[in-house]
Design a protein around this ligand. Structure first.
Ligand code: SF4
Ligand code: SF4
Length: 201
């Protein structure tokens, strides 16, 4: 796998953390996502890729009427993963509306979903926490090398490495998924590597 091919970001380190997070914005046009069939659908009912909610995100979803029993507590003791539901011959997030391809909680969707097609995960040997772009996203794969997407990668790194987001992920480290070989790694998150128990087991 062509790891760390984005030379612009190799060796990107933050001497000091950003005190205020920059805004996390979505570079992929809505109409592209509405006509795509990748996100929010899963092959297995217990897919590890099902979205994970922090406690604040979980409470917001419950306040909007979500059944609390749909959330499965995670190993970090703070976050919870949503229970998927069957749809045709696969499974979908219960917040996904397959007829329209809309997320019914879009304004309060969790960070896990806001980040995609970026993925927070462990490196293959689990020695590091890394950020990558999932090439299963057709837009991400097609536009990865464009100047706009490279700038977006830079902005997402800044967002994830901001003080508030590092603290949030440290507290909810189940947000860091297992290594996926479809994800092109663009950055090592040194601070999360130091702070995350799973990199030291
Ligand atoms: S895979 Fe990419 S293009 Fe498709 S819905 Fe998800 S973010 Fe949008
Ligand atoms: S919360 Fe929304 S964006 Fe996230 S998987 Fe569910 S339907 Fe998709």
């Amino acid at each position: 796998m062509p790891m760390l091919q984005f030379n612009r970001f190799i060796g990107h380190t933050m001497e000091t953390r950003n005190p205020v997070p920059s805004t996390l914005y979505q570079i992929i046009p809505s109409e592209v996502c509405f006509s795509c069939n990748v996100c929010c659908r899963f092959l297995e009912v217990d897919s590890p890729l099902a979205p994970i909610f922090t406690e604040t995100e979980r409470q917001k979803a419950i306040a909007q009427g979500t059944d609390p029993s749909l959330f499965r507590p995670q190993t970090d003791g703070n976050s919870a993963q949503i229970q998927l539901k069957p749809h045709n011959d696969f499974y979908i997030c219960p917040f996904f509306e397959p007829e329209t391809s809309h997320c019914t909680i879009y304004p309060i969707r969790p960070l896990d979903c806001q980040l995609y097609p970026f993925a927070l995960m462990y490196s293959e040997d689990r020695s590091e926490v890394v950020l990558g772009v999932d090439t299963l996203c057709p837009f991400g794969e097609e536009h990865l090398e464009t100047a706009a997407f490279q700038q977006h990668i830079h902005d997402v790194i800044n967002y994830v490495e901001s003080e508030a987001v590092i603290a949030l992920i440290t507290e909810n480290w189940s947000l860091i998924g297992d290594y996926q070989d479809t994800v092109k790694i663009v950055h090592t998150l040194a601070e999360l590597t130091d702070a995350t128990p799973a990199t030291h087991t």
